[in-house]
Ligand binder design. Structure first.
Ligand code: ATP
Length: 320
């Protein structure tokens, strides 16, 4: 059986003067899959999405979306895709219904067909009750759902979601996630860019970790976690012992231990499956590091990300 790819890129490059935003990005997203494009600030995610949605052209490589070349057949690509952004493209002076009817008209859906599609989407995203109020009075979560609905007017085969839940509260985020999962279950291919690892973990069938313009790893969330092995964390008795614990963990794992001075912990990803907790404790003991707790457990996606990109996701971004 051959796999059909909804998004395929080979050696995609983009330079802005001296800046190499993309340095040979390869992507292969099967039809109907949710692919999470994950990476630190400046990794090249937005540039990749801008190329794939025909907003800018690559300086090297090639990309196909829904079977069409983004450079040679941009109009065909645009007909096959929906795009929703992190900044809701909703007009606050119009009601929800008027916004969707406008998007329908812009997409070439005229008269009753456009009105029917707008009504269908308002109902689908539970926006029908508020539909005739101006959108400026809506909550952020409602506006984001309206933005998502607008991206779906034309029944796109491929939907690009750029940081769809940035700034939303947990329940609003949950509603967007449910909607995206439903779309994927119906067969829409979704390319999601996000800095929220939890979001990628929940939604994506496959994750592509992008760093400095290249894909540095890809696989299902569980595969990526398994590749890292485990995570060792040691709690020390006093701040002065942090450095000693870090030296021991560095020697044992070859990783770069992360120190947390508030929690008095030192943690590191462990690739060596033969490393055991008793061995870690023994080595700490030999080095006379006073330890109050130690654990070896599967990594979170945060820890995988950190290991793969070497660029920490800030606490603020994680907590947002
Ligand atoms: P973020 O998560 O911060 O949105 P990103 O992964 O989307 O980051 P890009 O916005 O694609 O990253 O940027 C990749 C690199 O290209 C960065 O170094 C950025 O400064 C640079 N870059 C992007 N757009 C332009 C532009 N129009 N002109 C010059 N440099 C740009």
């Amino acid at each position: 059986m051959t796999t059909t790819y909804a998004v395929l890129s080979e050696g995609l490059e983009k330079t802005y003067g001296e800046v190499h935003a993309l340095r040979g990005l390869d992507l292969a997203v099967p039809e109907g899959a949710v692919c999470g494009l994950l990476g630190p600030n400046g990794a090249g995610k937005t540039t990749a999405v801008r190329i794939l949605t025909t907003l800018t052209t690559p300086t090297g490589g090639r990309a196909l979306v829904a079977g069409h070349d983004v450079t040679r057949e941009p109009a065909a690509v645009r007909r096959a895709i929906g795009v929703t952004g992190q900044y809701a493209s909703v007009d606050g002076d119009l009601t929800g219904r008027e916004n969707l009817r406008l998007f329908a008209r812009l997409a070439g859906l005229r008269g009753s067909a456009g009105r029917a599609r707008a009504d269908e989407l308002l109902e689908r995203f539970a926006l029908d009750e508020a539909a005739d109020r101006v959108a400026s009075g809506w909550s952020g979560g409602m506006r984001r759902r309206l933005d998502l609905a607008a991206g779906l007017i034309t029944h796109p085969r491929v939907l690009f979601l750029d940081e769809p839940t940035t700034g939303l509260d947990p329940s609003a985020r949950e509603r967007i996630w449910t909607a995206v999962r439903e779309l994927a279950d119906e067969g829409t291919t979704v390319l999601l860019t996000t800095q929220y690892l939890e979001e990628a973990d929940r939604l994506a069938d496959d994750i592509v970790v992008v760093d400095r313009g290249r894909a540095v790893a890809n696989g299902a969330p569980a595969e990526l976690k398994a590749r890292i092995g485990s995570y060792a964390e040691v709690t020390v008795a006093e701040p002065a012992a942090l450095a000693g614990a870090a030296v021991v963990l560095d020697q044992l794992t070859g990783g770069r231990p992360a120190l947390d001075e508030d929690r008095l912990t030192v943690g590191v990803t462990v690739l060596d499956t033969g490393l055991t907790l008793p061995r870690i404790i023994r080595e700490l003991d030999t080095a006379a590091v006073p330890v109050t707790d130690a654990s070896l457990r599967p990594p979170t996606l945060d820890e995988v990300f950190l290991r793969l990109t070497r660029t920490p996701v800030t606490q603020k971004e994680n907590a947002a």
